[in-house]
Design a protein around this ligand. Structure first.
Ligand code: DI6
Ligand code: FE
Length: 415
C-alpha cells in the first residue's frame, strides 16, 4: 500500500537527552503516526520511540549510545496515540432492546420517553442494581473498548437521578479506573432526565442537583466535570445555566448534550462557560458555532446515536471546519440511543455518515478527544513529554482504521 504522506526522518530532541540516558522501553522499526499536526497524520516511517517513566522521551532515529532496558522490534507495525472515547454512559442496569423493537414498530424516541420508558426505564434498573452488578456489566463493556485500543474513556453518571444512585454510579466508574488498565474520566450527569419523584417540578430537581448533589460530588472528588441534557425533553437553557454556575462554583468543568433533537442554543451557553465540549450538535446554529470557536469548545459528534435514531439532519460539519472548531468523535455508548461498543466503527461512520476524512476521524478519537477532556497537554498525540499511552497496530496505514469496518484489528497497548 502506498503511503499517502511521508515525513523526512528527523530525530527530535536528541540533544536534550543526557549522555547517560537509558530508556525503559525502546520501540524500533516502527511506523509512527504522531497526530501532532493539524493537517496530517504526522507520519514517521521506520522510526523508533523511547519511553522513560511512562513518558515519551524520544521520537526519531535512535543513536546507539542510548541503551534500553527493553527493546521491542515492532517489525513495521504502527504506533498511534491510544484511542480516547470522550463521551459514554457505560454504567447502567438492564438494557432497552424492547424499545428498539418499539421504535421499529413506529414509536419515536420522544414518545417512548414521554410514556415513562426511555431514560427512566434505565434509571429504575440502575437504582435496583447493586454496585457489584453495575461494576460487572460495565466491566464487560469496558473490555470491548480496551480490546479496540481505547486507553482513555469518559463515563457519565445520569441513570440514578437521586444522590445515592448517582454516587453509586460514580463510585463504580472510579472502581473501574482502579481495576482496569485504562484512564477513566468520570462526569456527573445528574441533570439527564427528570426523576419520577420530581414530575411537574423540574426546577425543584435542578435545585437538588445544584445544592445537594454537586457539592457532595465535588467534595468527594468523584467527578471532574458536569454535563446536562439540554433539550425539549430534557432541561431548559435557564436550568442548564444554573447547573453550570453551581459546577463552576465547585471547581468543576462543564460540557453539554446540546442540539441533539432541537436547537436550544445550548452550545453557545456551554461555550460561554468555557466548556470543554458541546456534544451531538445535529441542530447547531451558525451563531453557536462562532461562540464555540471563540471559546475553544470542542464539537463532539456521535455517529452511533445519529445512526441508531435514524436521524437525517447532519451536524454542520463544514461550518465547524470553516470556523476551526476541533471535532471529536465518540461512541456515546448508552442503552437507549447508541448501544455500540466500537470506537473503530464510529470512525468509519464519521466518514460514511458525516463525510469526515479518515484523518479527521482519527484526530476525533485522539488529539481532539483529548481536548474534549481537557487532557491534550498530556495525551492524544505522540510528542516528547506526553504520556506514553500508546497502541501498536498491525495495519498498513492509519487510514485503514476508518476504512475497514465490522472487523477488529490486532493491537497491543503500551500503557
Ligand atoms: N442523549 C443521548 O443520546 C443519551 N442521553 C442523552 O442525553 C440517551 C440516553 C438514553 O436514552 O438512555
Ligand atoms: Fe450521551
Amino acid at each position: 500500500m502506498s503511503q499517502l504522506e511521508t515525513k523526512p526522518f528527523t530525530p527530535l530532541n536528541l540533544d536534550q537527552l543526557p549522555n547517560n540516558t537509558v530508556f525503559d522501553t525502546l520501540l524500533i522499526n516502527v511506523n509512527i503516526a504522531t497526530m501532532a499536526d493539524t493537517n496530517s497524520f504526522g507520519i514517521i516511517n521506520n522510526g523508533s520511540l523511547g519511553i522513560i517513566d511512562g513518558i515519551i522521551a524520544y521520537i526519531g532515529e535512535v543513536n546507539s549510545q542510548y541503551p534500553a532496558k527493553e527493546t521491542v522490534n515492532a517489525n513495521g507495525q504502527w504506533i498511534l496515540p491510544g484511542l480516547i472515547d470522550c463521551h459514554t454512559h457505560l454504567i447502567y442496569g438492564g438494557n432497552r432492546a424492547n424499545e428498539f423493537e418499539m421504535r421499529l414498530n413506529g414509536a419515536t424516541y420522544e414518545e417512548i420517553a414521554k410514556a415513562g420508558g426511555g431514560i427512566i426505564s434505565s434509571v429504575t434498573a440502575t437504582r435496583d442494581a447493586s454496585p457489584q452488578e453495575l461494576f460487572d456489566s460495565a466491566s464487560k463493556r469496558l473490555e470491548c473498548l480496551i480490546e479496540e485500543g481505547v486507553t482513555t474513556i469518559e463515563i457519565k453518571s445520569g441513570y440514578g437521578l437521586d444522590l445515592e444512585t448517582e454516587l453509586k454510579m460514580l463510585r463504580v466508574a472510579n472502581k473501574l479506573r482502579e481495576e482496569f488498565p485504562i484512564r477513566v474520566i468520570p462526569t456527573f450527569l445528574g441533570a439527564h432526565a427528570l426523576p419520577p419523584e420530581y414530575q411537574d417540578n423540574s426546577d425543584g430537581y435542578i435545585d437538588l442537583v445544584c445544592d445537594e448533589m454537586i457539592p457532595v460530588i465535588a467534595n468527594e472528588k468523584l467527578a471532574t466535570s458536569v454535563d446536562v441534557f439540554c433539550e425539549n425533553i430534557g432541561f431548559s437553557y435557564e436550568q442548564t445555566e444554573k447547573v453550570f454556575r453551581a459546577a463552576k462554583a465547585h471547581g468543576l468543568k462543564v460540557k453539554l448534550h446540546a442540539e441533539q433533537l432541537s436547537d436550544q442554543s445550548g452550545a453557545a451557553l456551554v461555550a460561554q462557560y468555557n466548556g470543554l465540549s458541546a456534544d451531538h450538535l445535529e441542530y447547531l446554529s451558525q451563531a453557536s458555532i462562532e461562540q464555540m470557536a471563540k471559546a475553544g469548545t470542542v464539537a463532539t459528534l456521535l455517529p452511533g446515536a445519529f445512526y441508531f435514531l435514524r436521524e437525517t439532519k447532519l451536524p454542520p460539519i463544514q461550518a465547524l471546519r470553516d470556523a476551526g472548531v476541533p471535532i471529536a468523535i465518540a461512541t456515546d455508548h448508552n442503552p437507549g440511543t447508541s448501544p455500540c461498543l466500537s470506537i473503530i466503527l464510529m470512525m468509519n461512520m464519521a466518514c460514511t455518515l458525516f463525510k469526515m476524512t479518515p484523518l479527521e476521524s482519527l484526530q476525533g478519537v485522539t488529539i481532539n478527544a483529548a481536548k474534549a477532556l481537557g487532557l491534550d497537554k498530556e495525551i492524544g498525540s505522540i510528542e516528547i513529554g506526553k504520556k506514553a499511552e500508546l497502541v501498536l497496530w498491525d495495519i498498513e496505514h492509519p487510514n485503514q482504521l476508518s476504512y475497514q469496518f465490522g472487523t477488529s484489528f490486532k493491537n497491543e497497548a503500551l500503557t
